[in-house]
Write a protein that binds this ligand. Structure first.
Ligand code: GTP
Length: 596
């Protein structure tokens, strides 16, 4: 289709503001799907997405629409993932659009992810149409929400605000006209060499990697021999097409269009989101900007509660569709054989854990997650990346430990500034600079990833009542005064419970931890000491009380001979338990995570 009749757009919003419902309604009104097909929420097809109601994998749907002017339009709705862990995927799918709908729930107003997504779109220079959803609700506060949007971005006043109900369909037809009228058409050159952006990929065991592409310049047809510029991988097209929403093969995709491309490539590592595709003959020399291979940010052990082999097979299948997972085998003395897995964030970890349970019926015990560390040994110039605290060399041999750092942009209402700054400092953040924009502030910090990977975002939301947003970017490693905490139960080191923390936090943290562990470690017939050991010294200790009455403690109630008999029994038990056959339920690891 001619570029002037194409619109490539995405919907950006906070979670639950109605993105999926609006997508369904748009597709239904344009006749891409019928009403029966569209329920429930077609774009969210992974089981976990349905469960969480959040969009994880982006998908694109081509809609053919006849405008009120009688002309035919191709409206390509590009779905974007909605969570911070998938920030990179969000910005890549936004890079494939020419404009966005900024969707806000009329009962909730502007919230953290509204702001975070707005910023991504703003930084890409994308025009935005403001859309206020759920106007059917008796709690809708339309004028207030309009004002919040204008406070966020005064330039939104240049276009109409669309008031819709994705649920009833009210206002949605007018919104479609608005997309045609106010969002720009793509501007590419059909006759230039091929320049296409890979903004999503999935794996099919029969077809290999299927990528979603946006054609910026040139033409893509079935006979092309193509190159993925970042990985230098050359391949022949197996099929090209569009999603309507099922796959529909087409002869060619031209500048301005989006669609899919079956590559036949079986190695998922060769095809990365953000890569540029061109033709081998007469291709472009300069790739599109910003290709980054996604590096895992947190690692955790996954240990089977059922069958190791089944877990291995399930993980292999999941990894085919998720090239950002880093999986290796791990053998723990406490937990037995399992896997060490790297994730993009904690939310990503939870999604994989749930997929294992729901799609494969497999329960796993997940150890407390940690970030990767760069460790340098004494008398050595080399550093080694260690992703498992259990594998740290002994402290006497370590010259230095460096931890991954992040730059964080916190966007918050000005009234929360003090509390936000206190929070960032509590998490070992270093203030960089700050900007005012209306009644919002944008504060830049540099923070250790280990501090912000788990709970920082929740804390930030809580102190700002949901109005602050967070965007982070990796920013190298920095040497820091870190120590490894070992947990010994009944005098045996339990490798799976080791973790790394800053020296300044070790004393308080370990005190709290042993108290908590007293509640979660399954009791035995005898008291079990739990010790937190740092650099060979016991920093904290507590006894997990025995299941039955203890002779030594309750001695008065017994005769001397009874007491001696009890003590003898306890000692026998102690010997057999002096090595670690301690059972570690998930609750024990959760205790560790909660404290971090
Ligand atoms: P994520 O996938 O988590 O980002 O959520 P979403 O933004 O896609 O929201 P979704 O479409 O799942 O809608 C969230 C909830 O709001 C659902 O219970 C919808 O039924 C409800 N909802 C969506 N649109 C409307 C609307 O116009 N009016 C009313 N009353 N409810 C709506």
């Amino acid at each position: 289709m001619k570029e002037k009749n194409i619109r490539n757009f995405a919907i950006i919003s906070h979670i639950d503001h109605g993105k999926s419902t609006l997508s369904d309604r748009l597709m239904e009104i344009m006749g891409t799907v019928n009403q029966r097909e569209s329920a429930p929420q077609l774009l969210d097809s992974l089981a976990v997405e349905q469960e969480h109601g959040v969009t994880v994998k982006a998908r694109t749907v081509q809609n053919i629409y006849e405008g009120s002017n009688g002309e035919k339009y191709q409206l390509n709705l590009i779905d974007t993932p909605g969570h911070v862990d998938f920030n990179y995927e969000v910005s890549k799918s936004l890079a494939a659009t020419d404009g966005v709908l900024l969707l806000v729930d009329a009962t909730q107003g502007v919230q953290a992810q509204t702001v975070a997504n707005w910023r991504l779109a703003h930084d890409l220079g994308l025009p935005m149409l403001p859309v206020i959803n759920k106007v059917d609700s008796p709690n809708a506060k339309i004028p207030e929400v309009k004002q919040e949007l204008l406070d966020l971005d005064a330039s939104l006043s240049q276009r109409p605000f669309y008031e819709v109900s994705a649920k009833t369909g009210q206002g949605v037809a007018a919104l479609i006209e608005g997309i045609v009228k106010y969002l720009p058409a793509p501007k590419g050159d059909e006759n230039a060499p091929l320049k296409a952006l890979v903004y999503d990929s999935e794996f099919d065991p029969y077809l290999g990697v299927i990528v979603q592409v946006r054609i910026f310049d040139g033409k893509l047809n079935k006979n092309s021999k193509l190159e993925l510029m970042a990985s230098n991988r050359i391949f022949k097209v197996k099929e090209i097409g569009v999603y309507q929403p099922a796959r529909l093969p087409v002869k060619e995709l031209v500048a301005g269009e989006v669609g899919y491309l079956i590559t036949g490539i079986k190695e998922t590592a060769d095809v990365g989101v953000g890569d540029t595709i061109t033709t081998v003959a007469d291709g472009i020399k300069q790739a599109l900007p910003g290709f980054e291979k996604q590096q895992p940010l947190v690692y955790a052990g996954f240990f089977p509660q059922d069958d190791y082999q089944l877990l291995k097979e399930a993980l292999q299948k999941i990894a085919l569709n998720d090239s950002s997972l880093a999986i290796s085998e791990e053998n723990s003395t406490a937990m037995g054989p399992g896997f060490r897995i790297g994730f993009l964030g904690i939310f990503h970890l939870k999604i994989i854990q749930e997929r294992l349970e729901e799609e494969y019926g497999l329960k796993v015990t997940v150890t407390s997650p940690n970030v990767p560390y760069k460790v340098r040994l004494q008398d050595s110039q080399e550093t080694k990346i260690i992703t498992n605290p259990a594998h740290f060399p002994s402290f006497e041999k370590i010259e230095s430990i460096a931890e991954p750092m992040m730059t964080a942009v916190i966007d918050s209402p000005a009234e929360n500034l003090d509390r936000v700054m206190q929070l960032a400092e509590q998490y070992r953040g270093t203030f960089q600079d700050m900007d005012n924009e209306g009644n919002r502030v944008r504060i830049n910090y540099r923070l250790p990833l280990a501090e912000i990977a788990y709970d920082f975002y929740n804390q930030l939301k809580s102190i700002s009542h949901g109005y602050a947003s967070l965007q982070t970017k990796p920013d190298g490693y920095e040497v820091s005064d870190l120590v490894k905490v070992e947990i010994h139960i009944n005098y045996a080191k339990v490798d799976a419970l080791s973790f790394i923390t800053h020296r300044s936090k070790a004393a308080v943290l370990t005190q709290k931890l042993v108290h908590e562990l007293k509640m979660t470690i399954p009791r035995r017939l005898y008291p079990m000491p739990v010790q937190a050991v740092v650099e060979g010294k016991v920093l904290a200790r507590i006894d997990v009380p025995p299941l039955r009455k203890n002779a030594a403690v309750n001695g008065e109630q017994h005769s001397i001979s009874k007491k001696q008999a009890l003590l003898r029994r306890q000692n026998v038990n102690k010997r057999t338990a002096a090595h670690s056959d301690i059972e570690l339920p998930q609750a024990v690891f959760n205790t560790l995570l909660a404290l971090k």
